[in-house]
Design a protein around this ligand. Sequence first.
Ligand SMILES: Cc1ncc(COP(=O)(O)O)c(C=O)c1O
Length: 281
Amino acid sequence: MKRDDLLDPTIPGNKLRKLKYNLEQARTEGKSTILTFGGAFSNHISAIASAGARHGFATIGIIRGEELTQSYLQNPTLSQAAECGMQLEFINRADYRNKSEKTFLGKLEQRFGDFYLLPEGGTNSLAVKGCEEILSGDDFSFDYICCAVGTGGTLAGIINSSETHHKIIGFSSLKGTFDISGIAKFVDKHNWKIISDYHFGGYGKVTNELVDYINCFYNKNKIPLDPVYTGKMMFGIEDLIRNGYFPKGSRILAIHTGGLQGIAGMNQKLKTKNLHIIEHG
Ligand SMILES: Cc1ncc(COP(=O)(O)O)c(C=O)c1O
């Protein structure tokens, strides 16, 4: 496992990779504010808030769910973002769906002034460029490289820096057939595939089986996994190994992309539903 989660305490894993060239670009363009989008437990929101505080940018987070306006201080991700100075703006789900539309973005500009825009999940061509730096040194000696997938920007970077002998596998955290166009537009190699069998009910959904797996993985390996991305990926890898998917002797590298900040919020939800909770965090 490549422990990219240890890259930085508050901007871990793929977040630091995605932000590296975007922060440079924001500076070059003379922007002083970064505006972005995310859900209530978003790793991306948490990382942008922290990066803004550290690098001297004001940050605005447009958050899905008006209902959070009253309760966000009880939400570990959003209260941490607010502590970093992020201005949080809660909008309803219908408006949130317009987040890439020109007119909607125009209204945000009228309201907040000039800003550097980062899309939900932080994926753009500069983020992919940063993720091309994930693989280094000995990583290239592996046969399979596995990574969790949301938007696919991280996987796109890994694909771009991979060599022809590598097989790149993305484990989708989303339910249903993954729309590969978001990855295909950044890559021109074909040594990759997406596996969609380990979403555990969909994005942000977990089951007792997954939580038990994450706890067991931690007890065995002392490596914490998050419930939205890396836990599902590792469950998938181990399941595929058991089912003989990988030829004997294959060398498999799993990328730990972080996401551990989301455990506290997930545990809050699990407790209210009387489900098993993640025992580390
Ligand atoms: C911890 C973690 N792992 C993996 C991913 C998936 O990254 P991407 O959206 O680039 O597919 C994310 C989302 O950004 C994430 O927060």
